[in-house]
Design a protein around this ligand. Structure first.
Ligand code: ADP
Length: 183
């Protein structure tokens, strides 16, 4: 299975992606996690991307696309993957399509986590990640509305909307049920 997870900041994408990929036996690839690991490890890539993560703006495409291309090996395509945080724009989605075409595979399903914006601010402030300050969160929300939400139309033929409010295990079951119905 080759799945994308899309959702606004604070929708619980990361948490669900980890649980779902484990359950489904596919690779979990989170662009946000990979960038943060590089920042923490003090690598050259980490030094390049830190300012974007801190400001809640998008890392430039040439950096992000190269990183994703490296992650999505033919093996990963064969085993299946759950991609979390990429694509974040229609431009990136087109790059992904081309990349997958080269590797002879395609996205089966796009899970869209749906959560009202006013419910996530509190969650994110409580989490307290370095980019979880009120101004930066609002900026990430705005970017989501303007740049990422159009992906829901782009992938309309493969979209499953998952209501993401409620206890973590319930949201996971909802997503798994939806995937099974679809399969
Ligand atoms: P969230 O969705 O909660 O905002 P993520 O962990 O997905 O958190 O992303 C954190 C940050 O990593 C983003 O604000 C951005 O700076 C960077 N990032 C992640 N994915 C991408 C991407 N596809 N393109 C550009 N930047 C990205």
């Amino acid at each position: 299975m080759r799945i994308l997870i899309v959702g606004p900041p604070g929708a619980g994408k990361g948490t669900q992606a980890a649980l779902l990929s484990e359950e489904l036996g596919v690779a979990h690839i989170s662009t946000g996690d990979i960038f943060r690991a590089h920042v923490e490890g003090g690598t050259e890539l980490g030094r390049q991307v830190k300012k974007y993560l801190d400001a809640g703006t998008l890392v430039p495409d040439e950096v992000t696309n190269a990183m994703v291309a490296q992650q999505l090996t033919e093996d990963v395509c064969r085993v299946g993957f759950l991609l979390d945080g990429f694509p974040r724009t229609v431009r990136q989605a087109k790059v992904l399509e081309a990349l997958l075409r080269d590797r002879d595979c395609e996205i089966d399903t796009v899970l869209a986590f749906d959560v009202p914006e006013d419910q996530v601010l509190k969650r994110l402030l409580a989490r307290g990640r370095a980019d979880d300050t009120e101004d930066v969160i609002r900026h990430r929300q705005q970017l989501y509305r303007e740049e990422t939400a159009p992906l829901l139309d782009f992938y309309a033929d493969r979209l499953i909307t998952v209501p993401a409010v409620g206890p973590v295990p319930e949201v996971t079951s909802r997503a798994l049920d939806a995937l099974r119905t679809r399969a």
